[in-house]
Design a protein around this ligand. Sequence first.
Ligand code: GTQ
Length: 346
Amino acid sequence: MSAVPQTQVSKERQDFYKRIDTGHVAPLWEVLHDLITPKPKTPCVPVAWKWQTVLPWIMESGQLITAKEAERRVLVLENPGLRGQARATHSLYAGLQLVLPGEIAPAHRHSQSALRFIVSGDGAYTAVDGERVTMHVGDFIITPSWTWHDHGNPSSEPIIWMDVLDVPIVELLDAQFLERPGVEKQTIVRTEGESFARYGNTMMPLDYTPRSHTSPLFWYPYTRAREALATLAASENPHPCHGHKLQYINPANGGPAMPTIGSFVQMLPSGFKGRDYRSTDSTIFSCVEGRGRVNVGEQTIEFGSKDTFVVPSWMKYRFEVEEETVVFSASDRPVQQALDLWREEA
Ligand code: GTQ
């Protein structure tokens, strides 16, 4: 048996492979080196989507199709190593969604979990399971698996946010379901701010019993995250790789906000020169404020506010900024951790 690539396959072996192929059987030794590798072998590559490049395309899409016709008017951020597969990383989908003033993206629900990270605009809403939340730049909002959601924009400016969904994970597991209620808007059954009042203040209703692994809180306002980061920046030394970094959690169990997607926000203080870091969760970043550079493998990606970029699994990266910079990120870390697969190296 050989675990190294076979450059030349003998006639005898070829014949054998052909015969067993008819019975849907294949020899492991021809592919073993590709299947079980010494380290992650991801097709995902480092990439950046600059706001100044994609914004005109997003606005142009607004002329081409309505949110209603599209169901979701989104430009998918496709990793160059995964073209045609609607993926930003091997395990996560990402896109930039536009809702124009007066538009509604009709209600539906699916087994895929989604997060929204608001990039531009103010005053549009998303409704999740009967409660609306108004969106502001930098807000982090979740749409848990199988919750009804529709988006609307009663404001006078376009709203654009980044969607990250666990589409490839759910596809891997063949567990996709989608339902449309047949009405545009779901019925609003709660006052805006109710879930934040219940779960967003380090308090909990007395009778709270979890119905899922997902956070009962679905809106994590940027004002709170920003305040927390500013306080940390004034009170602790920055982590040598991450600066001041926090993760969004499910307040009911301290775990990640969603079982499949981890979400983080970090502040890189002015003049920060980060050390090399790598982890097995390919990560999608969105810069909120400031600007800087990330060195990923051999590449240097310059990023500024509203730019999106990807760092692939197990590729060393480090941040460098001149001015104070805030970056949101999302990855499949909770999945890897639940399966005892996650590794990091600082
Ligand atoms: O807003 O429900 O980017 O269903 C892709 C699929 C957004 C959404 C996406 C979706 C949505």
